[in-house]
Design a protein around this ligand. Structure first.
Ligand code: NDP
Length: 284
């Protein structure tokens, strides 16, 4: 039977540490970390994420600046807002909640955020810095996954790591972080010829696809560490991951649940990045 990796608990301890360090920063320098979150339109899931980020900021002792814009906002208006936030010394982190409405070019928006305030680490400059292993920020979800893996005590070095999914925000940076820790990394995607065979080789398996229960027990090696990034709804509307938890759990050594695994880590790592941005701005 696998040990459950408790993302809620680990995220709570990260957030506690951030709160403590933010208080120290305030005492020493008077700087209060500030996160600006932009939401364009009224996508219900995005609204929940933005609300959770605000809550996390308040809990960490940060300033939270919310910019809720109508769906008809033009790209130019959004870019102008980002420019103002780039110049605002009270704002250390800027996050534009994705997805954006179709008439707005996501890449142009990401590129407009100052790399120093890009707490999502999506800006091409930060992506490049991650590639060469010289970075200030890591993208929140992959960074959270690394924390979860570290919590198991299993070292990544020399392990066969398989990442399923190659998106710019999860799969690709995830593979890079595992590589930085000396994993032997395979990245799978929708054109992978034999996904089951690739997955079966994994000592550490990270699923980031967005397909309920895609990873079944026959695809998992006995004793593997299984990390489930997926957030899907099953046929009953219940939140579930990419991994068939019930049947995979008996084979794995460690496994994350959904909910309560990777999800809580993403916001915790966002708080870490905002604190880092504030410290950098304070030249610490
Ligand atoms: P994307 O849709 O951007 O990427 C999905 C990836 O999965 C693509 O690379 C795609 O391949 C691959 N894929 C799709 N079908 C298959 C298949 N049958 N076999 C193998 N690979 C496949 O998703 P994201 O990376 O943004 O997110 C992935 C999941 O993680 C989603 O469920 C999302 O909700 C969740 N998520 C969770 C977060 C959290 O905090 N817990 C944060 C971010 C995301 P190809 O490139 O060939 O199309």
């Amino acid at each position: 039977m696998a040990k459950l990796i408790n993302g809620k608990e680990i995220a709570a301890s990260v957030r506690k540490r951030v709160r403590f360090e933010a208080a120290e920063l305030r005492e020493k320098t008077g700087v209060v970390p500030g996160l600006a979150v932009i939401l364009v339109g009224d996508d219900p899931a995005s609204k929940i994420y933005v609300g959770n980020k605000k809550k996390a900021c308040l809990e960490a002792g940060f300033n939270s600046f919310e910019h809720i814009l109508p769906a008809e906002t033009t790209q130019q208006e959004l870019l102008e807002l980002i420019e103002r936030l780039n110049e605002d010394p009270a704002v250390h982190g800027i996050l534009c909640q994705l997805p954006l409405p179709k008439h707005i070019d996501e890449r142009a928006v990401i590129a407009a955020i100052s790399p120093k305030k890009d707490v999502d680490a999506f800006h091409p400059v930060n992506v490049g810095k991650i590639m060469i292993g010289d970075y200030d920020f890591l993208p929140c979800t992959p960074a959270g996954v690394m924390e979860l893996i570290h919590s198991t005590g299993v070292s990544v070095g020399g392990k066969r790591c398989v990442v399923v999914g190659r998106s710019n925000i999860v799969g690709k940076p995830m593979s890079m972080l595992l590589l930085h820790e000396n994993g032997t990394v395979t990245v799978c995607h929708s054109k992978t010829a034999d996904l089951a065979d690739e997955c079966r080789r994994a000592d550490i398996l990270v699923a980031a696809v967005g397909k309920a229960k895609l990873i079944t027990a026959d695809m998992v090696k006995e004793g593997a560490v299984v990390i489930d990034v997926g957030m899907n709804r099953d046929s009953n509307g219940k939140l579930c991951g990419d991994v068939d938890f019930e049947n995979v759990e008996p084979k794995a050594s460690f496994i994350t649940p959904v909910p309560g695994g990777v999800g809580p880590m993403t916001i915790a790592m966002l708080m870490c990045n905002t604190l880092t941005a504030a410290k950098l701005a304070a030249k610490l």
